[in-house]
Unconditional design. Structure first.
Lengths: 345, 318
């Protein structure tokens, strides 16, 4: 049983507010992803939870106990850093054994050996145990640093963009691996990323941060289908949701206060007779083709199945199903139209 | 790769000719700098007449007279008296008697050498120890007036240390620190600690904080993280700093001459005062110098890898 609760956390650095009145709960065994652009306060939040920073206001609770003024060691959390996390003067084995040899823990060496070998086998780095940490490839280093978090069973795993320094292929493998490990261990993870794909694939729930504020929290599908604001809407999905004035898509029957509307690229159809547009650019991604279309004043993304033949410069007609449109007011907040898509956790 | 045919320009591999030229220059320079050392080493094994012979002798019969004279005090006696003593009991007595002398006791060189070791290594240890802690503090903590303090620390090196010799002499006399180990260790530490702080701060700055944060989260205290994670990574820097500090403390002459005379005198002011028959006993002086060089040469060779990396720190390390 390990649960994390943040209550009204605030942290400022000089004139900038990194984290602004943040409250959220990570349930036992949950994989919660903090998603947001650079400078949204994701890493600061993680550091506040770990105890590497002291909040200016608010509290951190782990398993119902307030730990706001406790040291990192007392909080018993594991942290995977974005980089630099392996002790360069130690071997892989000693890196993995390091947390278990800590004063508060001090396992007997034979137990440490068994545990380190178990984790090394799980992350397929068993053959590298005698190497110096500096002799590993990027992927191996990252696996060791995840392994160093996994050797002990802390209350909580905190991960700060652990996959960002890996190449695309490896990142994909590690993503699958990480999710599998989390399920197997039933681990509670608070994970920071700015990569929406990582967030969508890993998270049980996603918390979207912007300028230190929590904008929306929910399952990936919930947020994808029912974003509460333009910010949240544009955070998930690639290419991102198209945000346009309603007139551009000839949607005239809008709720009161609507200033802009959002349409997912996959919800736009090519038709014989509709809104005229020209194809500005094409990206063939394999399973889909992303087209950038120019309307009278605006541009929008459209995703198509690869079977659909389309050329650059071609004139096309598009149509948008009003049912799929999301309406936003002047402040960028969503206007509730009473209908929300059916979503399950 | 075919080296002889490879005419392509390469940044990492210099041409054969420039390597030969560079190598020759380095060897020449090394020879030039080695000559005084070789001269001193050889003089230590010459007899007093050979040592002052003109033109200088490069080939001579080696003798240990210089070393014997260095470690002993002797007095001149009549041949009759020497004969009455009976045959010499040791090889060095025999050596001394050839010059109509008898050994009257050990010289003070051993004590002076001991003083040098204690004061040199003691002050080096203290300067590096304090420097490491201060450098860590300056690098990691929010210290009020940090930049001013660092400048102030550096400013103590802006004049030659001897410039403050008189105030220090007066102060030491008042405090009873003249001619004591403690006084000399404190003095050399004070001079060296600024260098140590600045050098070491550069090394600490290069160690990312993430390591300590990782260690703290792994269950260690801040101090344990410093000992287990930061110190091992500072090894190079500490070694380089220690050598610089030791070289200063070991070779320091002016303060040693001024502040020590008896009990705490170090080797540098002692060696030039070795008087032999007819003025300075050059072989003994050379013998003392040779022995004096050994610890620092040994220490430097021991740490040479670190020293090389340490000197080039910042720019191209690793």
């Amino acid at each position: 049983m390990s649960e994390l609760r943040l209550q009204g956390l605030r942290k400022t650095f000089g004139a900038t507010t990194a984290v602004d009145d943040l409250s959220l709960t990570v349930a036992d065994g949950e994989f919660l992803v903090l998603l947001g652009p650079t400078g949204a306060g994701k890493t600061t939040t993680l550091r506040l939870v770990a105890g590497l920073e002291q909040p200016d206001a608010g509290s951190v609770f782990i398993n119902g106990h307030e730990v706001t003024s406790r040291t990192p060691a007392e909080r018993d959390v594991a942290f995977v850093f974005q980089q630099y996390s392996l002790y360069p003067h130690l071997t892989v084995y000693d890196n993995l054994a390091f947390p278990l040899r800590a004063p508060g823990r001090r396992w007997p060496e034979e137990l440490i050996r068994a545990r380190v070998q178990e984790i090394a086998a799980m992350l397929s780095i068993a053959h590298k145990l005698d190497n110096r940490a500096t002799e590993l490839s990027g992927g191996e280093m990252q696996r060791v640093s995840i392994g160093r978090a996994l050797v002990r069973t802390p209350n909580l795993y905190l991960m700060d963009e652990p996959l960002s320094s890996l190449d695309a292929k490896l990142r994909e493998t590690m993503r699958v691996e990480l999710k599998r490990i989390q399920r197997d261990l039933g681990a509670t993870i608070l994970y920071v990323t700015h990569d929406q794909l990582e967030a969508m694939t890993l998270a049980d729930r996603i918390a979207i941060l912007e300028d230190g504020k929590l904008i929306q929290i929910g399952s990936p599908r919930e947020i994808y289908e029912n974003p509460v604001s333009i910010q949240a809407a544009r955070r998930l999905g690639s290419p991102p949701m198209n945000i346009l004035p309603p007139a551009a898509l000839r949607i005239l029957d809008v709720p009161a206060g609507t200033e802009r509307i959002g349409v997912r690229p996959e919800d736009i159809k090519l038709v014989e007779d509709g809104i005229p547009a020209s194809v500005k650019n094409l990206e063939h991604l394999g399973p889909e083709t992303v087209a950038l279309l120019a309307l009278e004043r605006d541009t929008l993304y459209l995703s198509l199945p690869p079977s659909q033949q389309i050329r650059r410069g071609q004139r096309v007609n598009i149509k948008v199903d009003r049912e799929k449109v999301i309406f936003f007011n002047g402040k960028g907040a969503r206007i509730d139209t009473g209908k929300t898509a059916e979503v399950g956790r | 790769m075919n080296k002889s045919r490879n005419k392509a320009f390469s940044i990492s591999e210099s041409s054969r000719r420039s390597k030969v030229v560079a190598g020759t220059l380095v060897i020449l320079y090394a020879l030039v700098t080695m000559i005084p050392l070789v001269w001193i080493f050889l003089t230590g094994f010459k007899s007093p007449p050979d040592s002052i012979a003109y033109p200088p002798k490069v080939f001579f019969t080696p003798t240990l007279e210089g070393y014997v004279n260095l470690f002993t005090t002797r007095s001149r006696q009549t041949p009759e008296y020497i004969k009455s003593l009976g045959p010499p009991k040791t090889w060095y007595e025999e050596l001394v008697r050839k010059r109509n002398m008898v050994i009257t006791g050990p010289s003070r060189f051993k004590d002076r050498y001991m003083n040098s070791l204690v004061i040199g290594f003691g002050s080096t240890f203290l300067a590096v120890f304090l420097g490491t802690l201060a450098a860590y503090g300056f690098s990691r903590f929010r210290v009020p007036l940090k930049d001013d303090l660092l400048f102030f620390i550096l400013s103590t090196r802006m004049m030659p240390p001897v410039a403050v010799a008189i105030p220090i002499y007066l102060m030491y006399r008042q405090l009873g620190l003249t001619d004591t180990w403690l006084g000399m260790i404190l003095l050399y530490t004070a001079v060296n600690v600024s260098l140590a702080v600045w050098l070491l701060k550069g090394f600490v700055d290069e160690i990312p904080r993430e390591y300590e944060e990782a260690a703290v989260i792994d269950g260690y205290s801040r101090f344990q993280a410093f000992v287990k994670v930061v110190l091992p990574q500072m090894r190079t820097g500490i070694a380089a700093t220690a050598i610089f500090c030791l070289i200063f403390a070991w070779n320091e002459y002016a303060f040693a001459l001024l502040l020590t005379s008896g009990t705490a005198q170090t080797a540098p002011p002692f060696i030039p005062q070795i008087i032999g028959e007819g003025g300075l006993d050059w072989p003994a002086v050379a013998a003392g110098t040779t022995l004096f060089l050994i610890p620092i040469v040994f220490f430097t060779i021991l740490l040479r890898k670190q020293l090389l990396r340490g000197i080039t720190f910042g720019a191209l390390r690793k």
